[in-house]
Design a protein around this ligand. Structure first.
Ligand code: MF3
Ligand code: CO
Ligand code: CO
Length: 329
């Protein structure tokens, strides 16, 4: 006889007045029923190694992120390197998206992404960033962002965001997209579709001489047309030799977000859009952010460069999961 207390629900759930599967002795309806259909934490596998010949970012060994002063406007040399890292991130994300299917675990996606990075002589930037334990973020259904790959099996009808960042030749390329697992419902399809439109409205608002707040304004306006929520707690960021630098890109309108966009600046735009509330809760792992109401959320992300005339999407173009604005395809 086993005395282990289960932490994940069994395949066949009790009916309301039966004892809960967790062994609390309480009725199921008064105990774990609230978690029905929710994503729950599963086992996380041991940390994966990166071969010694791959050049690592400074935090790779210690897990401690020490920031230094980095110019918001990049040199032509850094920009060229960022094009390469951006293209690499885009390629890995596309392949990872094609790998998604019902029946695999998010940990298997992590293995796949980890190896895709290594094959390209790139370090998977998330690995040990502030102690983050895996090489990609996998955020399922109500998980807003920073979901940790684990033993959870993807189910037909789930949606999943994969957030890939490649560190190559001293710079990072950061990009993410949301994918359907098998056949998804119409509401989820629309959520993903509108979220992709939101990011491209934001990208089109990147114009030298204009404030960053134009980006959030464009995104929020599009989300509101479909009565969708815009997450406020997680924002776009400056990027370059460091994964996150001090430029902040809000995805909703705030007049204080008034830094002027200048040619040579590089930052991410990564709106998280929700079916319900924009407010979040944090899992005990201190990474996984979920919607407070358990409703689904989607995200897309690109790393962009401000040019003399507009914008260059360093993680876009043919071969990207979201190559350009959907209405131009
Ligand atoms: N890629 C995420 C972003 O878009 C950051 C992930 S940090 C990690 O900013 F530690 F969770 F990997
Ligand atoms: Co980012
Ligand atoms: Co990212």
């Amino acid at each position: 006889m086993s005395t282990t207390v289960p932490t994940t629900p069994p395949a066949v759930l009790p009916v309301a007045n039966d004892p809960c599967w967790c062994g609390s002795g309480r009725k199921y309806k008064r105990c774990h029923k609230q978690l029905d259909g929710r994503v729950v934490p599963h086992a996380v596998s041991p940390r994966r190694e990166v071969p010694a010949h791959i050049v690592r970012p400074p935090y790779a060994e210690t897990g401690k992120v020490q920031r230094w002063q980095e110019s918001a406007v990049k040199t032509p040399e850094i920009i060229e390197k960022m094009r390469v890292a951006g293209k690499m991130g885009a390629e890995v994300l596309k392949l990872a998206g094609e790998f998604v299917r019902p029946g695999i675990t998010t940990d298997e996606i992590d293995v796949y992404v980890h190896n895709l990075c290594i094959e390209r002589n790139s370090y998977p930037s998330p690995l040990n960033y502030s102690g983050y334990p895996k090489s990609v973020c996998t955020s399922v259904n109500e998980v807003i962002c920073h979901g940790i790959p684990d033993a959870r099996v993807l189910l037909d009808g789930d949606i999943i965001n994969l957030d890939v960042t490649c560190y190559f030749n001293g710079v990072h390329g950061d990009t993410n997209a949301t994918f359907a697992v098998g056949t998804i419902d119409q509401e989820s399809k629309n959520l993903i579709h509108v979220t992709e439109e939101c990011i491209w409205r934001g990208i089109e608002a990147v114009v030298p001489g204009r404030p960053l707040s134009d980006i959030g304004k464009a995104i929020e306006t599009r989300a509101k047309q479909d009565k969708l929520g815009v997450v406020r707690a997680f924002i776009g960021h400056g990027i370059g030799e460091q994964f996150h630098t001090d430029i902040q890109v809000l995805h909703y309108y705030d007049s204080h977000n008034n830094t002027i966009m200048r040619p040579g600046m590089t930052f991410t735009i990564e709106p998280m859009i929700t079916l319900g509330t924009w407010q979040h809760r944090m899992w005990n792992d201190d990474w996984t952010a979920v919607t407070a109401d358990g409703k689904r959320t989607a995200q897309f992300e690109h790393t962009v460069l401000v040019t003399d005339t507009g914008v260059d999407v360093l993680t876009g173009g043919p071969g990207a999961a979201s190559p350009n604005a959907p209405w131009k395809r």
